[in-house]
Design a protein around this ligand. Structure first.
Ligand code: SAH
Ligand code: SF4
Length: 359
């Protein structure tokens, strides 16, 4: 696993086992792997100046493999290009520059002293949902595990510094479709939830997907411990396909079947995300249709008023229409809540992320 010349690798991309193995190849025992791992996932910035606590063999390994010119390994520490705060100060959006100059957005939201981070999993997105700014920008590339982890480490540092606290919830609802980048996402989350690392509770991590059927089935079959949110937005194929091109690839029947499979296998409540768009998916008929569609599946429905994006002419539903929609679903027995609108004034709301200052 040593990095070949000219092919440097991120230390943040490595699982703990891979790190033990890497250092073992250099003749070091696991105690050094633990020390390095702790630095990487706690205070990676410490690595910039060799921590005095590193023992001699690890110091020598780092001098050769990390600090030296042309060394094989680097750490993921994206630079903050801009930080924008919402007018209430509770939502902060970071535009972060990756090593290749591409930029992504990470959002930190605070509520009642509890903090949630919303991280990106890709630069852009290939799914092309018409109402989403990320979809409108198209797909550039997947993020590596280290680039996903680095966003969490970034907000952890901010929280320690500014609030003396830590992150409570993580949602993969930033730029990109997490299940299109399945392996990198799962590897990153394993590190993020690792008790020797950032140690976030698996129950407080939510993967949001536009509905990649084989990947939802894979999550179920692998006993995935994280929460699943499904962006549904339509109650039949025609409604869904008008908003979500990928709805043409996997039809509603298959998608609902995959949700039932997930429900039976994992037994955890699925969050259904429903962006309310005036005239498109907010009528009482559609609410009844949705209630029928989800029958027998353990779900919680989240209604999200449409946030404006430059490339979509649709409007958010009127408040009255949203309330009526919610009431019908509640009568049908579903828990239904409105997603709090956060950070809209700084374009940090759902679907508004597009890194438009990208260089
Ligand atoms: N690709 C994943 C996760 C990122 S999008 C997914 O689609 O689920 C996160 C959420 O924002 C999704 O539920 C998506 O449907 C929603 N969203 C996208 N654009 C939006 C907009 N303009 N207004 C409100 N919600 C939007
Ligand atoms: Fe991609 Fe999600 Fe936006 Fe659709 S809503 S384009 S899947 S980021």
């Amino acid at each position: 696993m040593s990095a070949a010349p000219g092919q440097s690798r991120s230390l943040h991309d490595l699982s703990f086992t891979e790190m033990v193995e890497l250092l073992h190849q250099g003749g070091l025992n696991p105690i050094h792997a633990r020390a390095l791992w702790r630095s990487l996932h706690g205070h990676a910035d410490l690595l910039e100046k060799m921590p005095a606590t590193f023992l001699g063999p690890l110091q020598r390994w780092l001098e050769k493999n990390f600090y030296a010119d042309g060394a094989g390994f680097f750490v993921d520490a994206p630079e903050t290009v801009t930080e924008t705060r919402s007018s209430d100060g509770m939502t902060r959006k970071f535009l972060l520059r990756l090593r290749d100059g591409k930029t992504i957005e990470t959002v930190l939201m605070g509520y009642d002293g509890r903090f949630t981070a919303c991280v990106s999993t890709q630069v852009g997105c290939a799914m092309g949902c018409v109402f989403c700014a990320t979809g409108q920008m198209g797909f550039t590339r997947h993020l590596r595990p280290g680039e996903i982890i680095a966003q969490v480490l970034h907000v952890q540092r901010i929280l320690r510094r500014d609030h003396g606290t830590h992150l409570r919830n993580l949602v993969l609802m930033g730029m990109g479709e997490p299940l299109h980048n399945y392996d990198a996402v799962m590897k990153a989350l394993a590190t993020i939830a690792d008790v020797r690392g950032p140690s976030l509770s698996k129950h407080r991590i939510t993967i949001s997907t536009v509905g990649l059927v084989p990947a939802i089935r894979r999550m179920a079959d692998e006993g995935c411990p994280y929460n699943l949110a499904l962006s549904l937005h339509g109650a039949d194929d025609a409604q869904r396909q008008a908003l979500i091109p990928v709805g043409k690839k996997w039809h509603m029947a298959e998608l609902i079947e995959a949700c039932r499979h997930y429900d039976h296998t994992i037994g955890k409540r699925i969050f259904i995300e429903w962006t309310l768009i005036a005239g498109a998916n907010d009528t009482p008929e559609i609410a009844h249709q949705l209630a029928e569609l989800l029958q027998g599946i353990n779900v919680h429905i989240n209604l999200i008023p449409l946030n404006p994006t430059a490339g979509f002419a649709g409007n958010a539903s009127a408040h009255k229409a949203g309330i009526a929609f919610q009431r019908i679903l509640r009568h049908a027995g579903y828990p239904v809540t409105f997603r709090q609108r956060r950070g809209i004034d700084v374009a940090a709301g759902c679907g508004q992320l597009k890194a438009d200052r990208a260089s």
